[in-house]
Design a protein. Structure first.
Length: 133
């Protein structure tokens, strides 16, 4: 519990001083920590998880970025996020960005197509599993 509490504290400190792109990255990571913790030990940190989800959703409302959308869809689907409209919207945005060869890429980086495609497939599968259950 102490390790998770420390990660929550460090995340909140980080969120005070960084931009949306960096904050989104730290939010998925703390949400993965809380997701894993909850599966093993229960939802002791439910309030903190909800606060972090709300912060991530606020970023999604203000920034349309393929990698943010991909990573957000994955973690929000795994967490059974209740706003299915948002999940479907993210899924549609990701699919819309798929290239003719079936891959995804970040326009600003030429070295990332394998990583981005890998993450896109994982997030779309998490979304599919969430919708089917």
């Amino acid at each position: 519990d102490k390790i998770v509490e420390r990660q929550i504290k460090d995340t909140n400190i980080f969120l005070e001083t960084n931009n949306d792109w960096d904050n989104a990255g730290v939010l998925y990571h703390i949400l993965y920590v809380l997701y894993d913790y909850e599966k093993k030990f229960g939802n002791k940190f439910e309030n903190e998880k909800d606060e972090f989800i709300n912060k991530l959703v606020l970023i999604l409302e203000n920034k349309d970025d393929l990698l943010i959308n991909i990573n957000s869809l994955d973690i929000l689907s795994r967490l059974n996020y209740e706003n299915k409209y948002l999940l479907t919207d993210l899924s549609n945005k990701i699919i819309k960005e798929q290239k003719r060869d079936g891959s995804w890429d970040i326009k600003k980086e030429k070295t990332a197509p394998v990583f981005v495609t890998f993450r896109a497939v994982i997030s779309l599968n998490a979304y599919k599993n969430e919708i089917e259950n």
